[in-house]
Design a protein around this ligand. Structure first.
Ligand code: URA
Ligand code: SF4
Length: 208
């Protein structure tokens, strides 16, 4: 199947999905949007009020901030893929639950396979946890790392910076790393995940 078709198929399935209880708070599923050829994929948490109304990702206040951040590095939202770990709005914007994240990963994985992006920018801790489950966002934000062959750049969620003004400059400087990370994508080393037998410090998280 062509990548566009695979993405369209996911988008269609999400609208009628019954795999988890978030189906009950869905007005519109929010599969995500962007070209199948996107080199950068942003993965947020889940739809909020406005996203649920419109069926589009990041269209509220966090979305406006995300667009500003993209502009800062010379990108427009139309050039990148923007999605979420859960495709339906959690009631009252509560955090997504483990079983919901697990169910919805079926769609996110297919999107990643279809797009095969050069870099995945995780926005917030749920998206980060898909790739580096035990990491703390305060430790790893802004550090490019390769996980199972995929280049990941974890960042704080833009909404976090809106609620906590001290994070704003942190988010801005993490975004400023994107061009450099893209340019040296091939040379970022594999992240050494700590195993129970190996209690030593991870050798090198990233080259940045
Ligand atoms: N926050 C998210 O994580 N995703 C959206 O789509 C909108 C806001
Ligand atoms: Fe299906 Fe994902 Fe929506 Fe749950 S959140 S109903 S798994 S599309």
């Amino acid at each position: 199947m062509k990548s566009e078709e695979a993405l369209a198929q996911v988008a269609e399935e999400v609208q009628v999905c019954t795999k988890c209880d978030l189906q009950f708070s869905r007005k519109n599923g929010v599969p995500g949007e962007g070209p199948a050829t996107a080199e950068i994929m942003f993965i947020g948490e889940g739809p909020g009020f406005h996203e649920n109304e419109q069926g589009r990702p990041f269209v509220g206040a966090a979305g406006r901030f995300l667009e500003e951040l993209l502009e800062q590095v010379g990108l427009r939202r139309e050039e990148v893929f923007i999605g979420n770990v859960v495709k339906c709005r959690p009631p009252g914007n509560r955090d997504p639950r483990p079983e919901e994240l697990a169910a919805c990963d079926f769609y996110l994985e297919r999107q990643i396979q279809a797009i095969n992006p050069k870099v995945i920018v995780t926005l917030g801790r749920y998206s980060m946890a898909k790739f580096i489950p035990n990491a703390k966002i305060s430790d790893v934000h802004g550090r490019a790392m390769r996980v199972k062959g995929r280049l990941i750049l974890p960042m704080y969620h833009p909404a976090a910076a809106l609620h906590q003004p001290s994070l704003r400059s942190v988010v801005e400087s993490d975004f400023a790393l994107l061009p450099e990370v893209m340019a040296s994508a091939e040379s970022v080393p594999e992240y050494e995940i700590e195993t129970p037998e190996d209690k030593s410090e991870p050798k090198q998280l990233s080259m940045f």
